[in-house]
Design a binder for this molecule. Structure first.
Ligand code: SF4
Length: 467
């Protein structure tokens, strides 16, 4: 095993002991770094679901562009040793890493021309808003929430112990072709694919399976407290692809937190809008009683309460994050984000009173109806907040997404975006106690194309760009 692998494993708490002699070997591949992959609760959840089956042993693989060969983390095996390569993809731009991985192992060919083994499957949020871009390369794609689909997949796999001919492989794949939650290229009607949603989230608790310092949330036990979002911001995919807002029961969350506290004292609450959790006060009081250090993935200005801000500050969290998206109240209300600059400033003052000294603010430019004064308003808001706390402003680019009210909107012109970014950079650089970063226009443009791409887009793109 390489130093690279053993270093990561040495820093892990609660690494699974993998069973020997399972019938099927699955490589769960996250086509990006260990740090990003292990910060993703979806990866933890799928890894656990596969390994719960007595028939399956699942190992993790992360992508490091500097490494010439890919090996599984747990036992250092080459990808060709696995029966199934299961990708978990969160960002459209990771499609390119997916392609690089298949190229590295000489499997970058149409799935219809591949031999029987390995089976290449993929899941992850990107497939929920467009299941087509990898259609030429994958044998099967999970669409929507996979907690119910994966056990069905494994159960069916166990009924096909010897997929040793193309005919048997096709018989196996055919079974999923008309089921919600699956897209089987070549078998499913692409227009009729429907995502699968978990009926009862309490039957599928999701939390960190492995704790490590090598992630974005160092040594933190993450607990998913809800799915979906009660708000409907017009640009956001959450409402369109994550289904209704579904909070988990507080009883279940308390049990999970108790488990987490046996591994670490840091608990991270994860959800699209953590402060909207209906019993957030009770949950925070419970965490405080247990002397847990708390962190949260996101806060909504209109629902965040003092008890949570105080708990975050007392946990040593020096930074909180809000996403105003727009600088002006007019544009923000148009996006359906009904919070005013006055409310934003008020809540940040309250946070500062509790001892929080840094705020991350996420904005987007290139939004529909955006005018010059909306760009100026970003600078004014950042300046106003910087008089209270240190500001880290992140300037993203609006990328229209399928299944959102803004799906039909065009993306802003590259030159206009460049001009706006240049202007923002010049003004933000003058402000004291402000740090900022701006998005990459080229990446945003490609991400837009991939969001709406058909099954041939990647192939054409790779040919044209000699990828
Ligand atoms: S942007 Fe945030 S608050 Fe708005 S719908 Fe999406 S997840 Fe919910």
């Amino acid at each position: 095993m390489s130093r690279y692998h053993s270093d990561y494993l040495a820093n892990e708490i609660n690494t699974l002991v993998l069973k020997k002699n399972a019938r099927f070997k699955i490589a769960l591949i996250y086509p990006n770094s260990y740090a990003i992959g292990m910060s993703n609760l979806g990866v933890h959840s799928v890894y656990d679901l596969f390994n719960q089956s007595l028939d399956v042993v699942c190992e993790r693989v992360f992508f490091d562009p500097k490494k010439k060969q890919l090996f599984s983390l747990e036992t250092g095996q080459a990808l060709k040793a696995f029966d199934i390569l299961a990708f978990s993809i969160s960002y459209e731009l990771d499609y390119f890493n997916f392609i690089k991985i298949l190229k590295q192992i000489d499997l970058l060919i149409d799935s219809t021309q591949r031999t029987v083994r390995p089976l290449i499957i993929s899941g992850g949020i990107v497939h929920s808003f467009n299941h087509l871009p990898l259609a030429n390369y994958c044998d099967l794609i999970f669409v929507g929430e996979a907690e119910q689909s994966i056990p069905l997949f494994i159960k069916t796999l166990a009924e096909f112990p010897n997929i040793n001919s193309l005919r048997k492989k096709n018989d196996f794949l055919q079974i999923f072709s008309n089921l919600d939650g699956f897209f089987v290229p070549g078998f499913s009607d692409p227009q009729s694919v429907k995502p699968c949603f978990v009926q009862d989230l309490n039957s599928f608790p999701v939390s960190s399976k492995i704790i490590t310092k090598d992630t974005e949330f160092s040594n933190t036990f993450l607990v998913e407290i809800s799915r979906g979002c009660p708000w409907n911001c017009k640009f956001c995919v959450t409402a369109g692809i994550c289904g209704a807002f579904r909070p988990r029961s507080i009883k279940l969350l308390k049990q999970q937190i108790e488990q987490g506290l046996s591994l670490t004292n840091k608990i991270g609450l994860v959800g699209a809008a953590v402060s909207d959790y209906p019993q957030i006060d009770e949950l925070v009081a419970f965490l405080r009683e247990k002397a847990a250090k708390i962190s949260v993935s996101s806060l909504r200005v209109e629902t965040v309460k003092s008890i949570l801000l105080k708990a975050l500050a007392e946990s040593g969290q020096n930074t909180i994050t809000f996403a105003p998206e727009a600088g002006s109240d007019r544009l923000r209300y148009f996006l359906n984000k009904k919070i005013s600059n006055k409310q934003i400033i008020q809540i940040i003052s309250t946070a500062n009173n509790f001892g929080i000294r840094k705020v991350k603010l996420y904005f987007m430019i290139g939004l529909p109806t955006e005018a010059e004064e909306d760009i100026l308003a970003i600078i004014q808001l950042v300046e106003a907040v910087s008089k209270i706390v240190f500001v880290k402003a992140s300037i993203g680019i609006f990328v229209p997404k399928p299944k959102t009210p803004f799906a039909d909107q065009p993306m802003a012109d590259k030159n206009i975006l460049l001009k706006k970014i240049k202007f923002l950079k010049s003004k933000l650089a003058l402000l004291k106690d402000v740090d900022f970063n701006t998005a990459n226009i080229k990446e945003a443009k490609i991400s837009h194309l991939l969001s709406f791409a058909d099954e041939n887009f990647l192939k054409d793109y790779l040919t044209k760009n000699q990828f």
